[in-house]
Design a protein around this ligand. Structure first.
Ligand SMILES: Nc1ncnc2c1ncn2[C@@H]1O[C@H](COP(=O)(O)OP(=O)(O)OP(=O)(O)O)[C@@H](O)[C@H]1O
Length: 247
């Protein structure tokens, strides 16, 4: 489980995260939602350790990330998978080589074990072996995203962080990607945190939704409860998101 406790983050005069406390549950898809500029990405980056924080705690199974020694931090990083906006695949190497990359960097497997593991992950995200030797530019955006998921899970992470996984995808492909992330989260009992604008994701896979409003955690709960919330700003946000998505 990941918990953040009384987290504060400022950039110069800009107090971006204000005393945020939230829990992110293992085996669940945890969604961070909120208006543009509310602090979602900064929160995700603080949790991953890409931003130093001003005060508060970031607890990975009760171990506070800012206080971890370099050895424990390194061990933790090996348990983390990341899915960035726009897939961030390496253009000049093949699909298979992209997924092999983390294994070459961080595992002690033999080459043949690495290839077996990479192929297994690609098959898990439904990439046909005929596409293994293609370059990212030769496959669709949805396939690129699935390759990026395969790469993110190849080291068997306990934690999966996804920043806007559906950006640039059509609604049908977005649904497939959501379902894939959700299924993999359950299968591998990962703690998955997704930063999203996509209201369909909230409805489909929002098992634990954290709503950030102007740097504060203003609501946390399950998708089934979100549309009966009495939080006015959240209601306005949901209404505006539904309008945008139906246009
Ligand atoms: N590296 C940085 N240096 C200074 N200010 C930053 C930095 N990163 C983010 N901010 C500021 O923090 C605030 C929150 O930004 P953040 O990117 O977290 O918003 P967001 O909710 O993810 O928005 P979006 O949905 O548009 O991506 C903004 O005011 C932004 O300008």
């Amino acid at each position: 489980m990941i918990e953040v406790v009384n987290l504060n983050k400022t950039f110069e005069e800009n107090h971006v995260l204000k005393d945020v406390s939230a829990t992110f549950l293992p085996g669940k898809t945890n969604l961070i939602i909120g208006k543009s500029g509310s602090g979602k990405t900064v929160l995700l980056k603080c949790i991953i350790g890409l931003h130093n924080i001003d005060s508060g705690q970031i607890l990975y199974n009760k171990q506070n990330l800012p206080e971890m020694n370099p050895r424990d931090t390194k061990l933790l990083r090996q348990k983390v998978g990341m899915l960035f906006q726009g897939s961030a695949l390496f253009d000049s190497i093949s699909v298979l080589e992209n997924v092999l990359f983390p294994l070459e960097m961080f595992s002690s497997m033999s080459k043949s074990e690495q290839v077996k593991r990479a192929e297994f992950c690609l098959e898990r995200v439904n990439i046909d072996p005929s596409a293994f030797s293609l370059f990212p530019a030769e496959i669709s955006g949805g396939m690129q995203k699935r390759v990026a998921i395969a790469r993110a899970i190849v080291l068997n992470p306990l934690y999966l962080f996804c920043d806007e996984p559906n950006s640039g995808l059509d609604p049908q492909t977005s649904r497939l990607i959501d379902k894939l992330i959700h299924d993999i989260t359950i299968e591998y009992k990962m703690t998955t945190i997704i930063n999203t604008h996509d209201m369909n994701s909230v409805i489909e896979i929002g098992e634990n939704v954290i709503y950030i409003d102007n740097g504060e955690k203003a609501w946390q709960g399950e998708n089934k409860d979100i549309f009966s919330t009495e939080n006015k700003n959240l209601n306005d946000f949901l209404f505006a998101s539904k309008l945008t998505q139906s246009n």
